[in-house]
Design a protein around this ligand. Structure first.
Ligand SMILES: Nc1ncnc2c1ncn2[C@@H]1O[C@H](COP(=O)(O)OP(=O)(O)OP(=O)(O)O)[C@@H](O)[C@H]1O
Ligand code: SF4
Ligand SMILES: [Mg+2]
Length: 328
C-alpha cells in the first residue's frame, strides 16, 4: 500500500465550446497522504470541481477532456484504466459527494434502495433487512427526520439540502472507503447539521483511516477538517501547506487576501470587509506571467512576463516570484 493515497501530476483538463477552448485545470499537481484530509480552496470557477470530476473520470465527454497528466490512486494511474476498472473503483474504493446533489443520485430509484445498495457493495454478507436497518441509522445520523418514510421517496421529492444529506449518507455508508472526495458537502446545510456531518467525516478519518479530499470555500470548515490546504487560482495551484502554517503565515498574496476576507467576530459593524480587488481572469485570456498579477498588490516587472514556478519556503510550496530569493 502506498503512503500517498492519491498523487495528481500535471493534470490538465480542457473544455471546448462555441467560444473556443478553456483550460479549466492547467497542469496542477498535489498529493494526499493516506489518512489525512486535504482541503482545496479558491474562488468560484477556479477549477475545484473539475479537478474532483477529473479524478473520477467524470468529465462530460461531449464538452471536455483530460488533456494530460497522471492521477495515481494507490500508485496506479486512473487515466490508464479501462471504463470497467474505473467503475469498480468509484463508489467502492473512492466515494464522492457531488456539489450538485442531483448528479450523485439516481433519479428513478428510491432513496432507500440507493443507500441500501451502497451499503451492500461494501458488505457482501449483510442481508437486505440488515442493510435497510443500517440505512435508517445512517440517514438519521446525517439529520434526516423520519428516515423510514424518506427511504420510500425519490430524489426529486426531497429538498436540495436533504438530497445532499442522502449523498453524504451513501458516502459514509461505505465505511472503509480509502478516499472520500467531498465537493462543498455542507454548503447547503444549516450550521447544526453541518457540525454533525463534519464530525461524522472526522470519525471516518480517525477510526477507519480514510483519506479525505474536501472542496470548500468556508475557511471555518478548513480550520476544522484540514491537515493540508491547497489554494487554487484560475486553474492552477498557488500555495500548498499544512493547515496551521497556512493560517498563521500565508505566503502567497492570494492566500493572504482570501484569509483577510473572512469576517471576524471582533470586527465592528462599520468596518469595511476586505475584498480582493478585481476579478478572476477569463480562462481563455490568461494574462502573461503570473495569473494573479492583474489583482496582486505586489506585482512588478517579472510578474507580468513569466509564470512563477513553485518555490519551497518555510515548509510551504508557493507559486510567487516574491519567494525566489528565499528558497532554501
Ligand atoms: N461542463 C463544462 N463545460 C464547459 N465548461 C465547464 C464545464 N464544467 C466546468 N467548466 C468551466 O471550468 C471552469 C472551472 O469550473 P469548476 O466547476 O471546476 O469551478 P469551481 O472552482 O468548482 O467553482 P465553484 O466554487 O463555483 O463550484 C469554469 O470556468 C467553468 O465554466
Ligand atoms: S508572482 Fe508577482 S503578481 Fe504573482 S502573486 Fe507573486 S508578487 Fe503577486
Ligand atoms: Mg465547484
Amino acid at each position: 500500500m502506498e503512503d500517498k493515497v492519491l498523487e495528481v501530476k500535471n493534470l490538465t483538463t480542457v473544455f471546448s465550446g462555441k467560444t473556443g477552448t478553456v483550460t479549466a485545470v492547467d497542469g496542477i499537481s498535489f498529493s494526499i497522504d493516506r489518512g489525512s484530509c486535504l482541503c482545496i480552496v479558491g474562488e468560484s470557477g477556479c477549477g475545484k470541481s473539475v479537478t474532483a470530476l477529473s479524478i473520477l473520470r467524470l468529465i462530460p465527454r461531449n464538452s471536455g477532456e483530460i488533456a494530460g497528466g497522471e492521477i495515481l490512486f494507490d500508485g496506479k494511474n486512473l487515466l490508464k484504466m479501462s471504463p470497467d476498472e474505473i467503475r469498480k473503483i468509484r463508489g467502492n474504493r473512492i466515494s464522492m459527494i457531488f456539489q450538485d446533489s442531483m448528479t450523485g443520485l439516481n433519479p428513478v430509484m428510491t432513496v432507500g434502495k440507493q443507500v441500501v445498495e451502497a451499503i451492500r457493495i461494501h458488505d457482501k454478507d449483510i442481508t437486505k433487512e440488515e442493510a435497510a436497518e443500517k440505512a435508517v441509522k445512517i440517514l438519521s445520523d446525517v439529520g434526516i427526520p423520519s428516515p423510514e418514510l424518506r427511504m420510500k421517496e425519490y430524489p426529486h421529492q426531497l429538498s436540495g439540502g436533504m438530497r445532499q444529506r442522502v449523498m453524504i449518507a451513501m458516502a459514509l455508508s461505505a465505511g472503509h472507503n480509502e478516499l472520500l472526495i467531498a465537493d462543498e458537502p455542507t454548503t447547503a446545510l444549516d450550521v447544526t447539521i453541518q457540525a454533525q456531518i463534519l464530525s461524522l467525516m472526522r470519525k471516518l478519518k480517525e477510526e477507519k483511516g480514510s483519506s479525505i479530499m474536501m472542496i470548500t470555500h468556508d475557511m471555518g470548515v478548513v480550520a476544522e477538517m484540514a491537515d493540508y490546504v491547497l489554494v487554487m487560482y484560475a486553474g492552477k495551484e498557488m500555495e500548498y501547506a499544512d493547515v496551521s502554517s497556512l493560517f498563521s503565515n500565508p505566503l502567497h498574496p492570494y492566500t493572504d487576501g482570501l484569509l483577510k476576507s473572512i469576517p471576524r467576530l471582533s470586527q465592528s459593524s462599520d468596518e469595511e470587509l476586505y475584498t480582493i480587488h478585481g476579478n478572476v481572469p477569463d480562462l481563455s485570456h490568461m494574462p502573461a506571467g503570473c495569473r494573479f498579477s492583474t489583482r496582486c498588490p505586489y506585482a512588478k516587472g517579472k510578474c507580468f512576463e513569466t509564470e512563477p514556478p513553485f518555490f519551497s519556503v518555510e515548509g510551504h510550496h508557493v507559486r510567487c516570484w516574491k519567494y525566489e530569493e528565499a528558497e532554501k
